[in-house]
Design a protein around this ligand. Structure first.
Ligand code: GLN
Length: 497
C-alpha cells in the first residue's frame, strides 16, 4: 500500500494490505464511514448503520487473524439500494419501500459477504432504477430531511448519471472503494462515465438477479463499479456464477477469476467502430475524447475496423416499450398487501390498492407502469410489444454480424457529459434519448463496460464504452486494463475529494 490515504487506495492494494495485516478491517471501515458521514451534501447514501458495519468488520478481522480470510476479506463496499439486505433497509429509493427490511440477502450481497466484504451501507439510485440522472429518488439520503438528487462530485450542480448514481458518486468522492450497481439499459455504464470511474455490466445472466428488486427482468443485470478495470475484475470474480435454484435465468457458465487475463497484449486486437455511434447526436467534446482514446488503442497495437449497427436508433423505442412492459408486471406486487407502504385511508379493497400505489410510486414509475400496461393491452400488444421483441432480436443479430469482423466494439457511453441537475428533470424524453449508446448492448444481453478516457465540457469526465461478445468479460476487462496501464484518467479525482 502506498503512502496515499486509504480512500485513494485501489481494491487490489486494500485487500493486499488487509491480508498482510498492515491495516485492520475495522480501521478501514471506520475511515470510510467517517468520510461517508462527512459528505452528506452528495446525497450518495440512503442508509448507514455503523454498528452493523463494524460488526462485519470485526468478524473480518477475526478471519484475517485466523487465516481463514476470503478473497476480498475486510474490503468495505456499499450496495446500490436495489439489492435487498438483512442488515440495512432496502428501498429502491421509493416511498413504496421506505424503511422496508428484507428477511434475506440478495445473492450478490451474500456472495460478496462470503468473499469477506464489509458492507458500508446502501446507496441512492433512481426509484426502482428508472432514470438516467439519479433525480428520481423519493427517499431522504443520510443527513437530509427530504428526498434529494445525488450530486456529481466533479461539479455538485450536475447529475452523477443514473440509475446507479449513488454508487458512482460514492466511488468518485472516495466514500467507498467499490460498489455494486445494476444496469438495465445503461445504469452502470452511464453513471461510471459521468463520474470518471470504471464499471462493467456483464453478460445477461452472469450474475444472479435473486434479491435484486426487479425492474425489467429480461434486461436487469448486476455488476461491479470501482476505479479501475482491475478492481472490477476482482469484484466480478466474487459476484458472478450460476444460481439455478434462485434465478432460473442465471447462466450455467461457472464463475471465473476475471483477473487472470489482464495482461494480454492488444497487438492485433480488432476494435469495431460503429459509424452509428459517431453521428450527429454525439457532442463535440465527447467525440474528441473518444477519438483520442481510440488513437491510444492504436498505439497499443489494436486495429480499428468499421462495423455497422444499423438499428442503433431503434433501440430507444424498443427499450422504452419492453422495459416498461416488464416493469408494469413486476411492480404489480406493490399493492399494499404483502409488504411496503399501505395507504391509511380507503373505503374498500380496490381503493386501498389505488391509494397505496398513487401515494407510493413517483411520477416516472407511474409513467412506465402506464406505458407498460398500454403496450401489453389487447389490441396494442401486436403493434407495440411484439414488434419491439422482433426488433430486439434483429439488434442482437446485428451485433453477431459485427463481431465477425472485430473482437470488441468501442464507442461513447453517452452523447454528452453529465448535465445540470434540473436541466432534464421535466423532460422524460430528453432523458430517454441520452440512453442511445447503452441500450443496444442491453437489448442484446451483451457485456459492456465504461472506462474514463478524458474530460469534456466543464471539466467533466468522459467514458469510453467497450462491448464484447457473450461471456467475454475477461477480454473486455483486459482491453480496459491495458489502457489504464498506459494512461492515468482512472486515477484522477475531483477537487476536494
Ligand atoms: N436510463 C435507463 C432507464 O431509465 C436505464 C436504467 C437502468 O439501466 N436501470 O430505464
Amino acid at each position: 500500500m502506498s503512502q496515499a490515504p486509504l480512500h485513494h487506495q485501489s481494491v487490489r492494494a486494500l485487500t493486499t494490505a488487509l491480508r498482510q495485516r498492515d491495516v485492520s478491517a475495522t480501521e478501514v471501515a471506520q475511515h470510510f464511514l467517517a468520510r461517508s458521514q462527512a459528505h452528506p451534501e452528495l446525497g450518495a447514501y440512503l442508509a448507514i448503520d455503523e454498528d452493523a458495519t463494524l460488526a462485519q468488520a470485526k468478524a473480518a478481522d477475526m478471519r484475517l487473524a485466523a487465516g481463514t480470510a476470503g478473497a476480498l476479506e475486510g474490503l468495505p463496499l456499499a450496495h446500490k439500494d436495489i439489492f435487498v439486505t438483512k442488515d440495512f433497509p432496502s428501498t429502491a429509493a421509493s416511498k413504496m419501500l421506505a424503511g422496508y427490511r428484507s428477511p434475506f440477502d440478495a445473492t450478490v450481497v451474500s456472495k460478496l459477504a462470503d468473499a469477506g466484504v464489509v458492507t458500508l451501507g446502501k446507496l441512492s439510485c433512481d426509484e426502482f432504477a428508472m432514470g438516467s440522472g439519479n433525480e428520481n429518488t423519493a427517499v431522504a439520503p443520510v443527513g437530509a430531511e427530504a428526498a434529494a438528487p445525488v450530486r456529481n462530485p466533479w461539479d455538485t450542480s450536475r447529475v452523477p448519471g443514473g440509475s446507479s448514481g449513488g454508487s458512482a458518486a460514492a466511488i468518485a468522492a472516495g466514500l467507498a472503494p467499490a460498489a455494486t450497481g445494476t444496469d438495465t439499459g445503461g445504469s452502470i455504464r452511464q453513471p461510471a462515465a459521468f463520474c470518471g470511474i470504471t464499471g462493467i455490466k456483464p453478460t445477461y445472466g452472469r450474475i444472479s438477479r435473486h434479491g435484486m428488486i426487479a425492474f425489467a427482468s429480461s434486461l436487469d443485470q448486476a455488476g461491479p463499479m470501482a476505479r479501475s478495470a482491475e478492481d472490477c475484475a476482482l469484484l466480478l470474480s466474487a459476484m458472478a456464477g450460476p444460481d439455478p435454484e434462485r434465478d432460473s435465468t442465471s447462466l450455467s457458465a461457472p464463475a471465473e477469476d476475471f483477473s487472470l487475463q489482464l495482461n494480454q497484449s492488444l497487438e492485433g486486437l480488432r476494435i469495431g467502430v460503429p459509424a452509428e455511434f459517431f453521428g450527429d447526436g454525439i457532442e463535440a467534446d465527447v467525440r474528441t475524447a473518444i477519438d483520442a482514446a481510440l488513437k491510444e488503442y492504436e498505439k497499443l497495437g489494436a486495429k480499428l475496423v468499421p462495423v455497422a449497427l444499423p438499428r442503433t436508433e431503434l433501440s430507444i423505442p424498443v427499450y422504452y416499450i419492453i422495459a416498461p412492459a416488464e416493469a408494469s408486471s413486476n411492480l404489480s406486487r406493490f399493492d399494499g398487501v404483502k409488504f411496503g407502504h399501505r395507504a391509511k385511508e380507503y373505503a374498500d379493497l380496490q381503493e386501498m390498492y389505488t391509494n397505496t400505489r398513487t401515494e407510493g410510486f413517483g411520477d416516472e414509475v407511474k409513467r412506465r407502469i402506464m406505458v407498460g400496461a398500454y403496450v401489453l393491452s389487447h389490441g396494442y400488444y401486436d403493434a407495440y410489444y411484439l414488434k419491439a421483441l422482433k426488433i430486439r432480436r434483429i439488434i442482437a443479430n446485428d451485433f453477431q454480424q459485427a463481431f465477425k469482423d472485430c473482437d470488441v466494439i468501442a464507442g461513447p457511453v453517452a452523447p454528452s457529459v453529465a448535465w445540470k441537475i434540473g436541466e432534464k428533470a421535466d423532460d422524460p424524453v430528453a432523458n430517454y434519448l441520452a440512453d442511445i449508446f447503452t441500450l443496444p448492448a442491453s437489448l442484446a444481453g451483451l457485456p459492456g463496460m465504461s472506462l474514463p478516457v478524458g474530460f469534456g465540457a466543464g471539466g467533466m469526465p468522459v467514458g469510453l464504452q467497450l462491448i464484447g461478445n457473450y461471456l467475454q468479460e475477461s477480454k473486455l476487462l483486459n482491453v480496459a486494463h491495458r489502457f489504464q496501464q498506459a494512461t492515468d484518467f482512472h486515477l484522477q479525482r475531483p477537487k476536494g475529494f
